[in-house]
Design a protein around this ligand. Structure first.
Ligand SMILES: NC(=O)c1ccc[n+]([C@@H]2O[C@H](COP(=O)([O-])OP(=O)(O)OC[C@H]3O[C@@H](n4cnc5c(N)ncnc54)[C@H](OP(=O)(O)O)[C@@H]3O)[C@@H](O)[C@H]2O)c1
Length: 311
């Protein structure tokens, strides 16, 4: 884990594919100039791994930035995600094609199921629904359209369901992981099954800044709080995806090399108080409704079609 020394160092997935050790996040980065600029800034300072999702609505700008950056496609690692309204076999295949058109790419490096179909919302068929989506992922993988396939926000029972039905096991699980919310049980489960855990929200979605323990520890290591958070992920073999739209922060967040956090401090960071889970629990129907309202998906297809008209 500690051998990561530069942004172009890689983890190796269970299928042998190399994945650059820090990814650049794009959640809440609006489609358009801000997204194009921030992705270009990231590529300019050495990131080679970009994380987007259909749900972010910014695949078109990510694709534009990639083309305009001049970085050869084969040097890049691009991830996108399938959103819940597109779950299911046929709809996954269709949604993938739309993502590829928006990104302007002919293959994807990593495709993730963004959230599991959750148990409380779909008590009768959550297993079948997630499994049908996975079957489509396997087809796209076999056809060479995607270099690696994985999950996001899947915890033990969701992962086990996929393991029980799959022919190709998932290679990645992207989870909320950060100081004060280490998801140790799910991370251990992933390791046991050769699944690389990625950290979304590695900077606690901004809540890390100003936290007294993290600020003090950053002082001790002579680094910034964001570098401490990113380093904390790397040292435990978790791949961090810090996001910023500011060039100076983008650069700073990636400079998480050249120092080592002690075992004792790793533990202390994992257990800091005051910052817990920032996002919703994958099986929490209450959180789901709070975030999206009772009919969250009614305009989804239209929104995707409208985006296609902009490229
Ligand atoms: N799979 C999922 O369900 C899921 C969920 C959430 C996120 N993600 C992925 O993971 C990525 C990272 O997560 P995230 O974006 O939620 O949170 P994050 O990276 O933990 O934090 C981003 C926040 O921190 C601020 N920030 C970044 N660097 C900073 C610095 N050096 N100093 C001060 N503030 C700084 C950013 O503001 P500015 O942009 O203004 O700098 C932004 O408000 C996402 O972008 C996305 O790609 C995945």
């Amino acid at each position: 884990m500690n051998q990561m020394k530069t942004l172009s160092d890689c983890f190796t997935l269970s299928n042998g594919v190399k994945i650059p050790c820090i990814g650049f996040g794009t959640f809440k980065t609006p489609n358009g100039e801000v997204c194009v600029q921030s992705v270009k800034d990231a590529l300019r300072c050495g990131y080679r791994h970009i994380d987007t999702a259909s749900a972010y609505g910014n695949e078109a700008s990510v694709g534009q930035a990639i083309r305009e950056s001049g970085v050869p496609r084969e040097e890049l690692f691009v991830t996108s995600k399938l959103f819940n309204p597109d779950q299911g076999y046929e709809s996954t295949l269709e949604a993938f094609e739309i993502s590829m058109k928006l990104l302007g790419l002919d293959y994807l490096d990593l495709y993730l199921i963004h959230w599991p179909i959750s148990q409380p919302c779909h008590a009768d068929d959550w297993r079948e629904q997630n499994a049908a989506t996975w079957k489509a992922f396997e087809k796209l993988y076999r056809e060479g359209r995607i270099r690696a396939i994985g999950l996001s926000n899947f915890i033990e029972h969701h992962i086990q369901n996929i393991l029980d039905c799959c022919e190709i096991p998932p290679m990645v699980d992207q989870l909320e992981i950060h100081p004060g919310y280490s998801q140790a049980g799910t991370v251990k489960f992933c390791r046991q099954h050769n699944i690389l855990p990625e950290s979304w929200g590695p900077l606690c979605q901004g809540k890390a800044f100003g936290h007294p323990v993290l600020e003090e520890m950053a002082g001790k290591y002579g680094c910034s709080v964001s570098q401490l958070c990113v380093r904390w992920c790397l040292q435990q073999g978790v791949l961090p995806l810090p996001k910023s739209v500011h060039a100076d922060r983008i650069q700073q967040n990636a400079q998480a090399f050249g120092f080592e956090i002690t075992g004792e401090d790793m533990e202390a960071i994992a257990n800091i108080q005051g910052i817990g889970r920032c996002g919703r629990h994958p099986d929490s129907i209450d959180d789901m409704l709070k975030l999206f309202g009772p009919s969250p998906w009614q305009n989804w297809n239209q929104e995707r079609q409208d985006l296609l008209k902009t490229i």
